[in-house]
Design a protein around this ligand. Sequence first.
Ligand code: SF4
Length: 269
Amino acid sequence: MSDELIDLALELRRHLAWQEADGSRVILADRAALKAAATTPAPARAPAPAPVATRAPAATTPAARPPAPAAAVAAAPVARRPLDEIRRELGDCQRCKLCSGRKTIVFGSGNPRAELVFVGEGPGEDEDRQGVPFVGKAGQLLTKMIEAMKFSRDDVYICNVVKCRPPDNRNPEPDEIAACEPFLKAQLASLQPKVIVALGKFASQTLLRDSTPITRLRGQWREYQGIALMPTFHPAYLLRQPDEKRVAWLDLQEVMKRFGKQSDGKKGQ
Ligand code: SF4
């Protein structure tokens, strides 16, 4: 900047207290300051931020996904394997505390190609001794129910949620059900039946992941892994509450309809 121009600027200062340059106030204080202002390059403007493009959310990699909820894990499909392979894998199972009181692991029995599968709760004393599900009094009633449905025990497959007898026939506990359930799931994946009949609270609630009481679950068609599932009362309960046989029979008649079977009105006594 020439001296003439500086003089002119200083003259203007007398009339103007300040000037603005590039939006920032620059007080023209004196000649030296004016010279410095003239020789100092204008401050580089910060580049305007690039417009933020609206991007589709990046695909979540498997590693970044949150863990699946337990219910979803439980509902995940299971590989189809032969029943004898599943039994071999179970081995002399000690995966839960029921192993300490059992005589026999009651894996399941019946037709490995069954279209109709009954799932109960757990073995009782007779089953524990014989290694076969539903052979005690409740089992005899189940056999009558099956025959009233115009099937035989050889046509169907029968198993339980837990494979070892709970002491004193108490209810199976959640940790015991959790330990044994993978084998039930593997059995059902192997069998791929057309219909599952869940006998009682534990079978129904375990397979359906639904804590609704059995009194409200029963008689309503549900689905387990794409398989039609009918919850109904457990035969042991029906022995204690024979009046409930009538509604259990209604449930079983619904199952019969799925197989194109007509009821002749007879029910398991
Ligand atoms: S109940 Fe099932 S998980 Fe528990 S010890 Fe018996 S077979 Fe194993």
